[in-house]
Design a protein around this ligand. Structure first.
Ligand SMILES: Nc1ncnc2c1ncn2[C@@H]1O[C@H](COP(=O)(O)OP(=O)(O)OP(=O)(O)O)[C@@H](O)[C@H]1O
Ligand SMILES: [Mg+2]
Length: 263
């Protein structure tokens, strides 16, 4: 099982949309068996598969060691994807773990996910816009990290801290690899400068800036597709099912192709 953490300290940059649709495409189009882990108390990835609940066990119970991982995994209506859901209990679980100095706080997910490693080809972890103990656990469990980036004036804030966190976990997880930044909500604009020359707008410049920083950047970017993606938040299905032909869905399929290195 390959474990991929989708992470960025910045909120609203497309982490959940990326995690859900990447996971779904790996299963639907490439026949992979996928475990999607919702590691965000907002539970947005759980809602995309209609498995958000306060009655049933969630990722918080894995963190606190109260429940066997097999009891937390929820089946979905798609045979190729199962989900470990999250809800607000993750907040208290994080506090409980950080207060408990007697346990190995950072390796809980890795130890638990290993138990189901033979059941899945991919484990995709949707992280919150934060660094807390459950996020550190995700990094310790991860083989790869993907950072969705929405280009704006603040989008690159926190990148250095995140890079530092990835470096820090190498002591516990030397194999972790920063696979790349994925530019989301991309739009192309052209504007005329004072000489009447057309210049590229903020998104193209941002992509170039990322490359200059030596961050790996996926060639594919995800187009801003406001109507369909916003509508999709009211449905209990991934975007790729709700609107397979919209720009963002097409781009996510292209992104997974690039990620897998297939033609
Ligand atoms: N390609 C896109 N085009 C237009 N809107 C998008 C696109 N991708 C995501 N969005 C919208 O942007 C918002 C944030 O997306 P998403 O929830 O994936 O981000 P996030 O990084 O997971 O947020 P958070 O930090 O709160 O977890 C949502 O309202 C979503 O519908
Ligand atoms: Mg999210």
């Amino acid at each position: 099982m390959k474990t991929v953490a989708i992470i960025n300290m910045k909120g609203g940059c497309g982490k959940t949309t990326t995690a859900v649709n990447m996971a779904h495409i790996l299963g639907k189009h490439y026949g992979k068996r996928v475990l999607l882990v919702d590691n965000d108390k907002q539970g947005n990835a759980s809602k995309a598969y209609a498995v958000h609940s306060y009655e049933l066990p969630s990722v918080a119970d894995i963190l606190t060691g109260e429940t066997n991982i097999l009891e937390v995994i929820r089946k979905t209506e798609y045979a190729f994807i199962d989900v470990i859901p999250a809800n607000m209990h993750l907040l208290t679980a994080n506090l409980e773990i950080i207060m408990n100095q007697e346990i190995e706080q950072q390796t809980i997910f890795r130890n638990q996910f290993e138990k189901v490693g033979s059941m899945y080809d991919y484990c995709i972890i949707d992280c919150p816009p934060d660094i807390n103990i459950s996020v550190i656990n995700a990094l310790v469990a991860a083989d790869e990290v993907i950072i969705p980036v929405k280009i704006d004036g603040y989008s690159l804030d926190g990148m250095e801290e995140l890079e530092q966190q990835i470096e820090n976990v190498k002591e516990l997880n030397p194999k972790i690899k920063f696979r790349g930044c994925l530019v989301t909500m991309f739009y192309r604009t052209l504007w005329k400068d004072e000489n009447g020359e057309y210049q590229q707008g903020v998104n193209e410049q941002g992509k170039e800036w990322l490359k200059m920083q030596k961050y790996p950047v996926f060639h594919t970017h995800i187009r801003r597709t406001p109507k369909k993606v916003d509508e999709n938040t009211f449905t209990d299905v991934p975007l790729i099912e709700y609107s397979p032909g919209c720009g963002a869905s097409k781009d996510y399929r292209q992104f997974v192709k690039e990620y897998l290195g297939v033609e």
